[in-house]
Ligand binder design. Structure first.
Ligand SMILES: Cc1cc2nc3c(=O)[nH]c(=O)nc-3n(C[C@H](O)[C@H](O)[C@H](O)COP(=O)(O)OP(=O)(O)OC[C@H]3O[C@@H](n4cnc5c(N)ncnc54)[C@H](O)[C@@H]3O)c2cc1C
Length: 400
């Protein structure tokens, strides 16, 4: 039996759930934000986000960017070097060429969450509160003459019921269906790779250059963050124990070899690992539910697109809802329109990320030459290079 009603219940107060709550502030929509973890857990997130220029603009609109700037948490990327190990061809993308102050910004995920929390009222999130069940258009809702979702929430002390016009699932990474109790309508591909993330201090500083280096064991990204680099080192899952057992000195010399001795490091922090896979929810909306962020699509971090794509989704959904005047009757239409309008950007971003992993994490000599030719062509053809850069910065808005 629902005991209370809100127009929107957001399941998950990670960066995506927090962004949606922020985007709907002062819109008249009543929002409940529930997170399964304890308060402060999102501030312990060890991931680092490369935010595109477009994402910065969105966070500015949400009022979160000034908090990020004030803490000095954002490091601008002024140039990106893309290359492959053991093969010819490389390309460089420069902020000046694109007439933007920076191609993007590297920000710890914890600082993005902190900034978003700072824009919301202090008690905006119900922590330690997990959505454990949801039924659309259930009997009780019909009695109210109302549609929507009946939701069961669980805290350590009690189980409560709530009714919402919309339930937004922002619960993070989609679990592999083989380990899930209820099979999900999800398209999956296991890359059999892990990302190892940590920090490295380059000798001579980073000069605001980001590196994306493709190797047969997977891509390596060096992202300028404060004085050093945030490292995302990808390796085959069956070699994870080898890479995690390397001493700091061994890791430094491995990284230097991977970059052909062009970058030298003073130190590398211990690396923590994340399994990598592609999981895409085929239908991301129903009449009264919507899936956003990692809950809608969990991507490989190779192109740093997961949160950037989610922010574009959040803004479009909030805009569509505001325009429709949030009457209960309009909800199914708003969600269906949202899914349709976001299809091009979503499919393009997922396809681009997946293509990069499959094409570049491959030792096939023919592919190596094709990749080299592709990188060289990009380097020699500014319009193509600019298009790729704009696609990464603005998603489907990059199309003329
Ligand atoms: C190594 C790595 C590097 C990355 N680099 C980049 C990058 O450079 N750029 C980029 O854009 N993206 C990047 N990403 C992707 C990015 O980290 C994610 O897209 C983003 O953090 C997802 O945020 P989220 O809010 O969807 O999920 P999460 O941050 O996982 O938050 C989910 C929240 O939901 C809560 N929750 C779970 N279940 C429930 C429930 N049933 N009820 C209530 N609450 C629940 C959890 O407690 C959690 O707080 C990277 C990812 C990885 C792994």
């Amino acid at each position: 039996m629902p005991t209370s009603h809100c127009q929107l219940l957001i399941a998950g107060a990670g960066p995506v759930g927090l962004s949606l709550a922020t985007a709907l502030q002062n819109s008249g929509v009543t929002v409940t934000l529930a997170d399964a973890r304890a308060a402060g857990a999102c501030l312990e997130d060890r991931r680092v986000l490369a935010l595109s220029h477009g994402s910065k603009q969105i966070l500015q609109q949400l009022g979160a960017w000034p908090h990020i700037e004030a803490t000095g948490a954002a490091t601008p990327i002024r140039q990106i070097h893309v290359s492959q190990q053991g093969g010819l061809g490389r390309t460089r993308i420069d902020a000046d060429e694109l007439h933007v102050p920076a191609l993007g910004y590297v920000v710890p995920a914890s600082e993005v969450s902190r900034a978003l929390l700072n824009t919301l009222p202090v008690d905006a999130v119900q922590y330690d509160t997990r959505v454990i069940e949801a039924h659309e258009g259930a009997a009780n809702a019909e009695e109210n003459g109302d549609e929507g979702v009946n939701i069961t929430l669980q805290t350590s002390a009690e189980v409560t019921h709530q009714h919402a016009d919309v339930l937004a699932w922002c619960e993070g990474t989609i679990q592999p269906s083989s380990t899930s109790d209820t099979p999900q309508p999800v398209r999956e591909h296991d890359y059999a790779q892990h990302a190892l993330i940590g920090k490295a201090q380059p000798i001579g500083g980073h000069r605001h250059i980001a590196y994306e280096r493709f190797t047969p064991h997977g891509p390596i990204a060096l992202l300028p963050m404060q004085g050093g680099y945030s490292v995302v080192f990808t390796c085959p899952s069956d070699q994870l124990s080898f890479y995690t057992s390397l001493s700091e000195a061994e890791m430094i010399s491995l990284l230097e070899r991977e970059f052909n001795g062009r970058i030298h490091f003073e130190n590398v922090s211990p690396l923590i690992s994340f399994p990598l896979g592609l999981r895409v929810r085929r239908e991301r909306t129903t009449s009264h539910q919507v899936w956003l962020g990692n809950a809608a699509q969990t991507l490989h971090p190779v192109a740093g697109q997961g949160f950037n794509l989610a922010l574009r989704d959040v803004m479009e959904l909030a805009q569509a809802w505001r325009s429709a005047g949030h009457t209960t009757q309009s909800i199914p239409n708003v969600l269906a329109q949202f899914a349709k309008q976001r299809q091009l950007d979503r499919a393009g971003t997922i396809g681009f990320t997946d293509m990069l992993v499959r094409l570049f994490s491959n030792a096939n000599p023919l592919l190596k030459h094709a990749r080299g030719a592709g990188l060289l062509a990009l380097d020699l053809c500014p319009p193509a290079r600019h298009f790729v850069a704009r696609r990464m910065m603005f998603g489907a808005r990059a199309w003329p």
